[in-house]
Design a binder for this molecule. Structure first.
Ligand SMILES: *Cc1c(COP(=O)(O)O)cnc(C)c1O
Length: 388
């Protein structure tokens, strides 16, 4: 479906609500029925009817339709966080005794789900380097039921060949899930490559204004029904109608925002690559990136995330660099309008905690929708200020 149709019109039956341009927030926990028979009918189809807001809600419904269409999926569910979307999609499809293959270094709470929580329930997860398809195929066992992907991966942006992964999984009767938060549905549509389930942290690009935490699960109707009845209704991690309305508003500019971040990040990546205080620069669509060829083939853009390794000999210089920046703010998360920096060093030297596995000289940048030259001024200033 045309992207403009999805973002501006799809799901919006304006004649149902006084022809208001903006959809109303239907802030109601439950919905009434004129007769016993009509309620009985509705209960047969709880995923689509409006009965109780833990299941479905008219404002959330509009959002579901748009998100499904954005991923070329039949249906979608919206959750109270990206972590909840990952958990619901995964837990629905595994049971005790199963084996899961997951790319190494996934998003931190995804790692915890597999490595700690599911392990306690008898599900074994093997974390694998997903860059080579042979590496994945060699690890498939008789009880392997799931291949969990993140492409590009968190922080260091390793990619998996989605078509090859989907083909391999289909041949072996394995379910594929991808966390597509990084590329956004604008730049990568995994379902078109044969992936079964797409999850997102909608907190990032999809909402895009750093004022809502939410998640998305996209899949075919059968799978969405399965997730709805297995975990979605029992975990109850839903989004409020008010937050759904905010995300619908965020979606109006999704394409504009991610394309702007992407274009700016390409410029800034090149500037960083050439700066003497930058030892390494990782951006999937820069020719220096190890998997540049696959990235260019598989994604039409990749958004605003860039990771750099500073050319410094002490931790204090990293701290000085981060503290000198004023336009890039120090914070977790990304995908909003505002540019951010997350230095690995914040996860080092914390009393009683193990240091991050990522060396302290690495820094992740998120390029927001500000003018790239305005942002580069800030970065250049902070890089130039690092003493030799
Ligand atoms: C942020 C993030 C998540 C978790 O999403 P929340 O909305 O914070 O729960 C999952 N995957 C990736 C890649 C993320 O960046």
């Amino acid at each position: 479906m045309n992207i403009n149709e999805i973002l501006t019109h799809l799901g919006e039956n304006r004649d149902h609500y006084y022809n208001a341009v903006a959809p109303p927030v239907i802030q109601s926990s439950n919905f009434v029925f004129p007769t016993v028979e009509s309620m009985r009918n509705a209960l047969e189809n709880e995923l689509y009817e409006h009965i109780y807001t833990r299941g479905n809600n008219p404002t959330v419904d509009i959002l579901r339709k748009k998100l499904a269409a954005l991923e070329n999926a039949e249906d979608a569910l919206v959750t109270g966080s990206g972590a909840a979307a990952v958990a619901a999609a995964v837990i629905t499809n595994v049971k005790s005794g199963d084996h899961v293959l997951c790319v190494e270094n996934p998003y931190s709470w995804t790692y915890k789900l597999f490595a700690v929580i599911l392990k306690n329930f008898g599900v074994e997860t093997e974390f694998i380097d997903g860059k080579e398809i042979n590496n994945i195929s060699g690890r498939i066992r008789q009880n392997t039921v799931m291949l969990y992907l993140e492409s590009p991966n968190s922080i260091t942006y390793e990619l998996q060949d989605l078509k090859a992964c989907a083909e391999l999984a289909k041949k072996n009767g394995i379910i594929t899930i991808i966390d597509n938060s990084h590329a956004s549905p604008i730049f990568q549509k995994p379902i078109d490559s044969g992936i079964d389930i797409v999850v997102h942290s909608a907190t990032k690009y999809i909402n895009g204004h750093s004022d809502v935490v939410a998640g998305v699960i996209c899949a075919n109707s059968g799978m969405i029904n399965k997730i709805f009845n297995a975990t979605f209704m029992t975990l109850g991690t839903i989004i409020s109608p008010h937050d759904a309305a905010l995300i619908i508003r965020g979606l109006r500019t999704l394409e504009l925002r991610v394309k702007r971040s992407d274009e700016s990040a390409r410029k800034i990546a090149e500037y960083l690559y050439r700066h003497p205080k930058v030892e390494k620069m990782l951006f999937p669509l820069h020719p220096s990136f190890p998997q540049y060829e696959l990235a260019s083939r598989q994604m039409t853009g990749c958004g605003g995330l860039i990771t750099i390794k500073l050319n410094v000999d002490s931790k204090s210089k990293v701290i000085q660099f981060a503290n000198t920046l004023t336009r890039f703010m120090i914070a977790v998360s990304w995908g909003g309008y505002e540019s951010l920096i997350l230095p690995s060093i914040v996860f080092h030297d914390i009393p009683g905690k193990q240091d991050s596995s990522i060396h302290w000289s690495w820094v992740r940048l998120y390029v927001g929708i500000e003018d790239p030259e305005y942002l580069w001024e800030d970065l250049k200033n902070a890089l130039d200020a690092i003493s030799d």
